[in-house]
Design a protein around this ligand. Structure first.
Ligand code: HPA
Ligand code: ZN
Length: 338
């Protein structure tokens, strides 16, 4: 292993763009299907993996929603989240901000509380066991209606102490941010922090829309911002973090090869770029594999890697005290490693 690869693996880091349902590994999918008596379209782990060939976001989403059908009980959500946190501990991830998709569960008859309770119980256990701090962000599915999003927000109101923020995910094109302007306004008034997926497949205009109509403080993906120099300058000036996901972009054909990934150009323009895994089970890598991919594909040096890792804390929703402590630990690690 090269020195820089070892540095990536060992450095402390935060993950800011992770769908917990996208950490469902085929082995767990099979095991939960059996435990819950759910019929799967696949007979083996190999068949599941072989089906993960996507030509766009929708291809993936079709399998992602199908996969989550095995998640039924509170224990299922606990096991899913605990497995992800064990992986984080292995990869030296010290802080996570994870998404969950309540409508992916309530729409098929699993209660909001079942998902929430299992995930938060595992997050608390992960903090005690591995020292990994966390924030939980609830996403609205943008292919569903504004009315359904309002229903989901109403369900979340009782859990503002456990749900830190709201986000927006699922099929992007044709579902612009403005569709959810009123829901996001209500969420802000209720005290939730706001983020949204924008500019993954959708145009740079959707990034403007997320900032202007939804007032988000962080953009998930944001690749297409590169099409609009004025927007790149705005992201840099306002230090809006982008939670980028290189292996996801490759697997969903947002880019043809990692050497085309916009992370380096945006970093060099002064944008607060971060590296994340999105749906690691489906896209072939957790956060360290995503760092390795951009390090190699974009030929990043140690300074860029350090900036990306520091950005993961700078772009997080940690308190200022937690952030300073995390950055000091990172800097001490970097000093001792070089
Ligand atoms: N984009 C949009 N919706 C999603 C994603 C993504 O990358 N992952 C899970 N839901
Ligand atoms: Zn995502």
């Amino acid at each position: 292993m090269t020195d820089i690869a070892r540095f990536i693996d060992e450095m402390p880091k935060a993950e800011l763009h992770l769908h917990i349902e996208g950490t469902l590994e085929p082995e767990m999918m099979m095991a939960l299907a059996k435990r819950n008596g759910v019929e799967l379209a696949y007979g083996s782990v190999e068949e599941i993996r072989a089906a993960y060939e996507f030509s766009n976001l929708q291809d993936f989403l079709d399998l992602y929603y199908q996969g989550m059908s095995v998640l039924i009980t509170e224990q299922d959500f606990y096991d899913l989240t605990a497995a992800y946190l064990a992986k984080c501990a292995e990869q030296n991830v010290t802080h996570v901000e994870i998404f969950f998709d309540p409508q992916g569960h309530t729409e098929r008859g699993v209660a909001f509380e079942t998902a929430l309770d299992g995930i938060t119980r595992a997050l608390d256990a992960g903090e005690a066991e591995h020292g990994i701090s966390h924030k939980l962000i609830m996403c609205f599915l943008r292919h569903l209606s504004e009315e359904k999003a309002f229903e989901t927000l109403a369900q979340a109101m009782a859990y503002r102490n456990r749900i830190y923020g709201v986000g927006l995910d699922s099929s992007e094109v044709g579902h612009p941010p403005e569709k959810f302007e009123r829901v996001f306004k209500a969420a802000a008034e209720a005290g939730f922090v706001l983020v949204a997926h924008a500019g993954e497949e959708g145009p740079a205009d959707y990034v403007h829309g997320a900032l202007d109509a939804l007032s988000v403080v962080r953009i998930d993906h944001g690749n297409r911002a590169l099409d609009d120099p004025g927007l790149v300058k705005r992201l840099a000036d306002e230090q809006i973090a982008l939670t980028m996901c290189p292996l996801s972009n490759l697997r969903l054909c947002v880019i043809d090869r990692i050497s085309d990934h916009p992370a380096l150009t945006l970093l060099d323009a002064g944008v607060r770029v971060t590296i994340n895994s999105d749906d690691p089970s489906y896209f072939g890598g957790y956060v360290n594999e995503n760092y390795h991919a951009v390090q190699q594909g974009l030929e990043l040096g140690l300074d860029h890697i350090k900036t990306l890792a520091r950005n993961s804390y700078l772009g997080s929703f940690m308190s200022e005290g937690e952030r300073e402590a995390a950055l000091a630990k990172f800097d001490a690690f970097a000093a001792s490693a070089s």
